[in-house]
Design a protein around this ligand. Structure first.
Ligand code: AMP
Length: 428
């Protein structure tokens, strides 16, 4: 098969390396890709928002299968347009991607199908939203309805803070994404992510992970796209996974089919494990970044037949094999991130770090200069991804590799995986 992956981050680098291992692949392309992805795919300068250009490229290069990495092209209907042209693609249609594209849509699905989630209200004006907050009290959660690159969620400790967040959203702080606002009950518990493939009707549970959103050690400071992750999530026992399948995923599959949007692609369920059991915080309609990196490190099975089966409606009876080892990824970011930061800084020592420690370094924000030098090209730059018998072991290996990389303008959190490491200490 000739395969095209859409995207340019660490998630797509991990997907490309995994897909490239499949004996089913003839040629692998990635659009636009990055400085690292070039090790496993031919990078092509295609703009994914130009669906016509993507379709023409697929025709010219005889692409058999397109794997869409990020949410924006899914929400924009790239899979619908490819399908209409007879090109097989992995990922939900625009209708399916509403699960990520509109938080209010997902909350209404949960309400109608009795899926456990935080109590909520949907509002189209600041006055109504503020009145609801005043009635509910704080702490409370304010969310922009649409896509806001992970930044449209405010956890407000006081009613005043919540009111200010509502005003900001209706004043356009998140653009169109904040034209409608969801106000939610504040949930407490441990968070985990659960990944499940779906073909419109059948599901295949993949694996669990936990990530660190905050920029600072101890999970403090502003939220980022993710500073690290590990898999599996110790909190997600087999019993809990079965319960999430039964109470959250399966009713969602039914809801989407009932509404005429049979869901094909991956469910990335963000969960809060509360004292009352698992509750859905949100759905994403694609693999997580950096969660995908730890999943791909642990997956033994060939991923290509699984993605194809999801796209074709042929998941029934499929299975997936995982390594028993734990995987952990540390994100190296440019100093200043998630605020402003420099680009174009030299990176070196990557090959030595991979060779000496056995880690996989996925590139999130790099590019090759015309002279062939590897330089930084984003906020999150490298994902140092290690395997180990325990999370502690994977963590130690990852940081050994971090210390071999030479990039004075970069930083990382030194405590990725701390919850799991603490648990392992107690268990030992
Ligand atoms: P989201 O983009 O919806 O995943 O929200 C980002 C982060 O905000 C989540 O990973 C949670 O840590 C937190 N969060 C979102 N909704 C809630 C909630 N209802 N209660 C407590 N924390 C929440």
């Amino acid at each position: 098969m000739n395969i095209l992956v859409i995207g340019s981050g660490g998630r797509e680098h991990a997907l490309c390396r995994k897909i490239a291992q499949s004996p089913l692949v003839d040629t692998l392309y990635c659009a636009p890709g990055n400085g690292g992805i070039a090790d496993s795919a031919t990078c092509v300068a295609l703009d994914a928002s130009d669906h016509r250009a993507v379709i023409e490229f697929c025709r010219e290069m005889m692409i058999d299968f397109v794997v869409v990495g990020p949410e924006a092209p899914l929400v924009a209907g790239l899979v619908d347009d490819l399908t209409a042209e007879g090109i097989l693609a992995f990922g939900p249609t625009k209708g399916g991607a509403q699960l990520e594209g509109s938080k209010g849509f997902t909350k209404d699905v949960c309400a109608k199908y009795d899926i456990p989630t935080a109590a909520y209200g949907r509002f189209g004006s600041a006055d109504e939203a503020k009145a609801y907050v005043t009635k509910q009290g704080a702490p409370i959660v304010i969310k922009a309805d649409g896509l806001a690159a992970g930044k449209g969620v405010i956890l407000a400790d006081t009613v005043a803070e919540a009111h200010a967040a509502i005003d900001d959203m209706f004043d356009g702080a998140f653009g169109d994404a904040g034209a409608e606002v969801v106000v939610e009950e504040f949930l407490t518990g441990e968070e985990a992510s659960f990944f499940v493939l779906c073909d419109g009707e059948n599901t295949l549970a993949l694996a669990t992970a936990q990530d660190h959103k905050a920029v600072g050690e101890g999970d403090v400071g502003p939220n980022t796209g993710g500073m690290g992750a590990y898999s599996p999530a110790p909190v997600m026992t087999d019993d809990l996974c079965n319960r999430v399948m039964r109470e959250i995923i399966e009713p969602t599959v039914k809801a989407m089919a009932d509404m005429g949007h049979p869901y094909r692609g991956v469910f990335f369920a963000g969960l809060m494990i509360t004292a009352d059991g698992p509750k859905l915080i949100e759905y994403n309609c694609r693999f997580g970044d950096p969660e995908c990196q730890v999943l791909m490190r642990r997956m033994h099975s060939d991923i290509v037949p699984l993605l194809v089966a999801s796209a074709k409606g042929e998941l029934a009876g499929k299975t997936v094999e995982w390594s028993d080892e734990k995987a952990l990824t540390v994100v190296m970011a440019a100093k200043g991130y998630p605020g402003s930061y420099n680009k174009g800084e030299d990176l070196s020592g990557l090959k030595a770090a991979e060779r000496e420690t056995g880690v996989a370094i996925y590139h999130a924000g790099t590019k090759l200069t015309e002279e062939g030098m590897l330089v930084t090209n984003g906020g999150r730059v490298l994902n140092i991804t290690a395997l180990g018998a325990t999370v502690s072991e994977a963590q130690e290996t990852a940081y050994k590799a971090v210390d071999i990389i030479r990039w004075p303008g970069g930083f990382c959190r030194r405590d990725i995986g701390w919850r799991a490491v603490e648990r392992e200490k107690v268990d030992a």
